[in-house]
Design a protein around this ligand. Structure first.
Ligand code: APR
Ligand code: PHB
Length: 397
């Protein structure tokens, strides 16, 4: 009989999304060893289309970590965003409002590719395609993870700490007893139908549009590819959205300003996502620390998801560094409270942008007018515009 492979590391990381990959990179910089267990293949994680806006400090962090070279070459750096409603366009100059901070569009899967390549070149252990990940003895000081390797062989990873970076559906959060978790959730009655289309960007910056027919967003991926979203029913079957219907809605919702036209091209990818806000209070149980989507979800308006995940692991890496270098566990003890204070602000901002920009059939005419007043306020008050801008480019960390 073949013995079960047993490996040992300092921090066992579950999930190779932005949270897990940034954490392993940050720990490496502090001389702390980690192993990542990821259920999907490298091709799958590098090919999944997600959001694409990086906060200003996330860009700085990528550069500090030496993984920013391609982003600086291929990313789109914008001075601001456009809000479009009631037939008018309003430019918010983020650079001017925030004293120099830019909007960076660089897709999440490109960030993933850069981090995976960098970690593997440093000799990191990332096990792709693992199955049946289970967490054990998390309240002891020798927690361990059991799993099946890609070839089906059972294996064990023992560690000092476990980082649950396995997204909303992963096993880590469930490993915390329900009685020790307090969960907050809001499900929105909106979905986003997202497309990639082979056409040069119709505008040099992002356009967020509120329209009686629903929200629409113009973004981009490269000089040849646009990313567009249109608000839909989250329960809609994609078959209800042939290309002609998508274009018709995008034209109606975005072309509300005289003389501006949306460029069409072949649709090369499309999909519908539902929208929720979710926070799990306590992000720590014994030696298990949750980070990123495992602990919190935001709706995509404002693209905070990746940035919140990276903020968590930056706090966690600093706390672990203190623990290993000085035997000081104060940072670990403060981890959940430190992260949650910032997370709730990200939740608030994502909820605010979502509510203000989407149309809700169930909302009363009064609420409808309040949302319009919110938008009017942002484009007519420097104080309101500054508040939006400082959240958009990223609150201090
Ligand atoms: N075992 C191992 N890995 C798992 C398991 C499991 N049982 N379950 C999930 N995973 C992996 C997923 O395959 C995924 O690659 O964990 C990873 C989690 O990555 P993300 O879902 O990207 O979450 P996170 O790293 O927290 O990134 C923040 O915010 O708004 C979103 O799109 C944004 O994905 C981004 C996220
Ligand atoms: C994207 O490009 O995918 C994107 C941009 C801005 C958002 C959300 C998503 O607010």
């Amino acid at each position: 009989m073949v013995a079960t492979p047993k490996i040992r590391t300092q921090v066992g990381i579950i999930g190779a999304g932005p949270a897990g990959l940034f954490l392993s990179e940050l720990l490496h910089r502090h001389g702390i060893a980690s192993v990542i267990l990821e259920s999907r293949t490298r091709e799958e994680i590098e090919g999944t289309i997600r959001a694409g806006v990086l906060e200003n400090w996330t860009v700085d962090l990528m550069n500090q970590l030496g993984v920013g070279e391609r982003m600086m070459r291929e990313g789109h750096f914008h001075t601001g965003i456009t809000l479009r409603f009631k037939g008018q366009s309003h430019h918010l100059d983020m650079v001017e409002l925030t004293g120099g901070k830019k909007v960076t569009v660089y897709p999440q899967h490109e960030v993933i590719k850069d981090l995976v390549a960098h970690r593997l070149a440093q000799g990191a252990e990332i096990h792709f395609g693992v199955r049946d990940v289970a967490l054990h003895d998390i309240i002891s000081d020798r927690p361990f993870i059991t799993y099946a390797q890609a070839d089906g062989t059972p294996a064990v990873l023992t560690c000092d700490f476990i980082a649950g970076c396995d997204g909303f559906h992963g096993p880590s959060r469930q490993a915390i007893p329900a009685a020790a978790r307090k969960e907050f959730q809001k499900i929105y009655p909106y979905g986003w139908l997202g497309i990639l289309t082979e056409a040069p960007p119709s505008h040099h910056e992002l356009i967020y549009a509120r329209h009686d027919r629903g929200f629409a967003l113009l973004s981009m991926r490269s000089p040849e590819i646009q990313r567009l979203y249109v608000q839909c029913d989250p329960k809609d079957d994609i078959a209800l959205w042939p290309d002609a219907r998508i274009w018709s809605e995008l034209h109606q919702r975005l072309e509300t300003v005289d003389g501006w036209t949306l460029t069409e091209g072949p649709i090369i990818q499309k999909g519908i996502i539902a929208m929720r806000s979710f926070v799990c209070e306590t992000m720590r149980h014994g030696r298990l620390f949750l980070a990123g989507d495992a602990a919190h979800i935001v709706p995509p308006t404002g693209a905070k998801g990746l940035n919140l995940a990276v903020a968590d692991v930056l706090v966690l890496s600093r706390a672990l560094e203190k623990f290993y270098a000085q035997g000081d566990s104060a940072g670990l003890d403060a981890y959940a409270a430190t992260c949650l204070a910032r997370i709730w602000k990200g939740e608030r901002f994502s909820w605010y942008m979502t509510t203000m920009l989407h149309t809700d059939e169930a909302a009363s005419p009064f609420e409808h007018r309040i949302r319009e007043a919110d938008l009017d306020y942002v484009v007519s008050s420097r104080a309101a515009a500054t508040a939006l801008a400082e959240n958009y480019v990223g609150l201090p960390i």
